[in-house]
Design a protein around this ligand. Structure first.
Ligand SMILES: [Zn+2]
Length: 88
């Protein structure tokens, strides 16, 4: 038996460049309408993100160089799993 208590808060520990492989943000430039994507797996990342607290993510259009910010929230939680799938 076990119990998990508390909620994450504050900065992700040691996450100067926090990457989220598999996650892509798709943008439409509010200035020129250009569509582009940013994969958060290397060149793009979250800079010292706060957990479970909204923050601003800055981006820029590769076509017209317009820059703007979007609000994001990084939800981090620890929960009991149904089990661990067999690895082979
Ligand atoms: Zn643009």
């Amino acid at each position: 038996m076990f119990e998990i208590v508390g909620e994450t808060s504050g900065e992700v520990s040691g996450a100067k460049r926090f990457k989220l492989p598999g996650v892509t943000i798709k943008f439409k430039c509010p200035n020129c309408g250009h569509d582009f994507e940013q994969e958060l797996n290397g060149h793009h990342y979250l800079d010292y993100p706060q957990m479970n607290k909204a923050f601003q993510y800055g981006t820029g259009c590769p076509e017209c160089e317009h820059e703007w910010q979007i609000p994001l929230i990084l939800k981090v939680s620890l929960e009991e799993a149904d089990g661990i799938p067999d690895s082979s």
